[in-house]
Design a protein around this ligand. Structure first.
Ligand code: ACM
Ligand code: ZN
Length: 695
């Protein structure tokens, strides 16, 4: 018995390749190859035979043109999962890299392109630039991470989009430079090339500015670590060094270290300085920059005051002196503009500049900052609100509230980076909320991120050329720990990377998921916390099949309208038989910013034994369960009699996502059913419901 065990095991290994890997028939070796590269390469050919990398394999780098410094590439070679040594001449090299030499004829015409050739006698990499060779090495790191035996192949690869980004909200929670560098390693592995640093926001200013020391002595510190504790407890700041002060900031020296590391990883760092909204922390430090001149109570700069522009220009000058990026992100989202209407300085500015409303005042503000940044030879990026009141000529739009704004800006000749929240917001939960950490709401699983296509269906070549690329955003209100940030990024950042690099027609989720599993395992071994993709639960089960009940297709009369932002399926949504999923934004949940008061018409009098509706609570975005639901019924639609009431059984303070069905069992004969969902006097946020069920 014992003697037969080994041959059986051996046969099983040959017959069942591990995780999509093939074995070479002549040798029985487990092979890796282009099918293990993420993002999926543009094209590859497979040939007979294989090459096995061994410890001590020698490499040689040949450079042409003005490329001299190869230290960055040598650092990547050192990251290969086997030991390497520098060859004395090219003939001895098992890995031969040629950059910018005359051998580049077959390399696609792109700065980031490469050709990677695996032959029985060695590996050849050709690229026009160091970036191309760097990306070839990332492909090799991934392939050799699966097996040291690589099938003979030729990969010819270049990116679909030039901008492939990941966003880091270091305001809500400060992250160390070491954390950022670690994430750059993971980004580079999947050929992501832009790191957007959200450096300033109400929760803390994170960049040392010599001209304004209070930004880092005071506005970078708060008395609460948990963002929600701070948000609900007065939102004030404290002096650096106060016992328990939470926060931090990057010194100029830190930024130089970050930039140096990023350069080696072929990543451009894009700094964001928020304006005119999301600026509570600046106003707390320098109250004279707000309309009312008060330390607390305003989130916006005052566009009427000249000292606001001097302040921002001085800050931006220091930012541009530190960061060499082509772009500076100037925020521009969610300005409340609340004080602008009544501020004498703002009114004077509007009069002098002939501005019709506060949207035009915001546009004046962004144009002026844009011109200043342009005068320094740089360009601005702003969130899509910068389009309100007229877009500055050279501005690039970061489209986040959907895809419409971005696509229309691209069609009208503006550069755009797509980050639509329904696909690219990595702070939304990636799996069933009951098993996930508390998050801001929304549901963006890996497959949803992967399904995103940045180019609109009706765009011509010129419009398409204005789509610079895409970015995954991780707002960090609920992401205190570094480990949780990694958990939210990976594997969804891989999907952003593949959409940014690979051809749309080559994308295939099943194949991508297999590679994403390999990559999460690889990152896990390197000490990253990643989401457990293997044990993903998936969408809310109730939403997967339509409901059958006697009110399906019944007409619904609204005493108060649903909100235009969340119509779901419109007037018939509450009786369309389609229950909602985990996200209030999935087009099945109907939203109300008032009580919900609706009457369902069954068409004729029927026996009714059950009436119910499900509501959700996500207190982080002010969606609350109703205080109570009052149900009444009628035969004629005029005289209603109460059928019962159902009361809320969950506190408003419960963090996370909750569903509650307000259902009552009854014994009625009626045609009309009225449900009045009453909001609390205490919490008058949103109500969301998906279906009124009658049986
Ligand atoms: C944003 O999410 N407010 C850009
Ligand atoms: Zn003002």
């Amino acid at each position: 018995m014992i003697r037969t065990a080994f041959p059986i095991l051996f046969l099983l290994l040959i017959a069942f390749p591990v995780k999509g890997q093939d074995t070479e028939p002549s040798t029985g070796l487990l092979l890796s190859g282009p099918e293990h590269v993420t993002p999926k390469p543009c094209s590859h050919e497979l040939f007979d035979g294989s090459f096995s990398v061994t410890d001590g394999i020698e490499y040689f780098i040949m450079t042409g043109g003005n490329i001299e410094d190869t230290a960055d590439l040598e650092a990547e070679i050192a990251a290969l999962p086997f030991r390497t040594a520098k060859a004395g001449n090219r003939k001895d090299a098992g890995i031969l890299i040629s950059i910018g030499t005359s051998r580049q004829g077959t390399v696609p015409m792109s700065d980031e392109a490469y050709v990677l050739n695996v032959k029985p006698d060695g590996i050849r990499i050709e690229a026009r630039t160091a970036a191309g060779a760097f990306y070839a090495l990332q492909s090799l790191i991934q392939m050799t991470g699966q097996s040291r035996h690589i099938r003979c192949c030729m990969i010819s690869d270049y990116p679909r989009f030039g901008y492939r980004g990941l966003h880091f909200d270091v305001s809500r929670h400060f992250r160390s430079k070491e954390f950022l560098m670690k994430q750059m390693d993971a980004m580079a592995l999947v050929k992501l090339n832009r790191m957007h640093l959200h450096l300033t926001d109400a929760a803390g200013w994170r960049l040392e500015i010599d001209a304004y020391p209070r930004l880092t002595e005071f506005a970078a510190w708060r008395p609460y670590r948990k963002w929600s504790d701070w948000w609900t407890s007065g939102r004030d700041y404290c002096e650096a060094g106060t016992p328990g002060a939470y926060g931090g900031y990057y010194t100029g020296e830190d930024i130089r270290d970050i930039l140096d590391y990023a350069r080696r990883k072929h990543i451009e760092i894009i700094p964001e300085i928020e304006m005119p909204g999301h600026s509570e922390e600046v106003i707390a430090a320098y109250p004279e920059l707000s309309c009312k001149g008060r330390q607390y109570g305003s989130s916006d700069f005052c566009p009427g005051k000249e000292e606001v522009f001097s302040f921002l220009e001085n800050v931006l000058d220091e930012v541009m002196a530190l960061f060499p990026s082509e772009y500076v992100h100037i925020g521009g989202d969610e300005a409340s503009k609340a004080n602008w209407k009544d501020c004498p300085d703002c009114r004077k500015r509007m009069q002098e500049e002939g501005l019709a409303d506060v949207d035009e005042l915001q546009s004046y503000f962004i144009h002026r900052i844009g011109e200043f940044v342009n005068s320094r030879g740089r360009k601005i990026i702003g969130w899509d609100e910068i389009m309100q009141g007229g877009l500055a000529p050279d501005a690039t739009v970061m489209s986040w509230r959907g895809t419409e704004a971005g696509l229309s800006a691209a069609k009208s000749g503006h550069d755009v980076i797509m980050t639509p929240n329904a696909y690219c917001y990595l702070d939304y939960t990636q799996d069933a909320p009951f098993k996930e950490p508390v998050s801001i709401g929304g549901y963006v699983p890996l497959e949803k991120v992967y399904s995103y296509e940045p180019v609109g269906p009706d765009m011509d070549g010129t419009a398409i050329s204005h789509i610079l690329g895409l970015q995954g955003n991780l707002w960090s209100e609920y992401i205190t720990e570094d480990s949780k940030a990694e958990y939210m990024y990976y594997p969804r950042a891989f999907a952003i990377a593949e959409t940014g690099w690979s051809r749309a027609e080559d994308k295939d989720f099943t194949d991508f998921r297999r590679r994403a599993l390999d990559l999460t395992e690889m990152l896990g071994k390197k000490g990253y916390d990643t989401f457990d993709l293997e044990n993903e639960y998936g969408e809310r089960k109730e939403s997967l099949s339509p409901l059958k009940h006697i009110a399906v297709d019944a007409a619904v009369d609204y005493s108060a309208p649903y909100h235009r932002q969340y119509p779901a399926g419109g007037e018939k949504s509450l009786t369309d038989g389609l229950p909602g999923g985990w996200s209030y934004g999935d087009g099945r949940w109907q939203g109300f910013l008032s009580d919900m008061d609706v009457t369902v018409d069954l068409g004729c009098i029927k026996p009714v034994h059950y009436i119910g509706a499900t509501f959700m609570q996500v207190n982080s975005v002010e969606i609350y369960l109703p205080e109570k639901v009052l149900v009444s019924v009628s035969e004629d639609g005029q005289a209603f009699r109460p059928a019962g009431a159902v009361y809320r059984d969950l506190p408003y303070t419960a963090d996370g996502l909750y569903f509650r069905t307000y259902g009552l069992v009854c014994d009625e004969n009626c045609r009309f059913i009225r449900l009045h969902a009453v909001r609390s006097g205490e919490k008058r946020g949103w109500l969301f419901t998906d279906e009124i069920v009658v049986n």
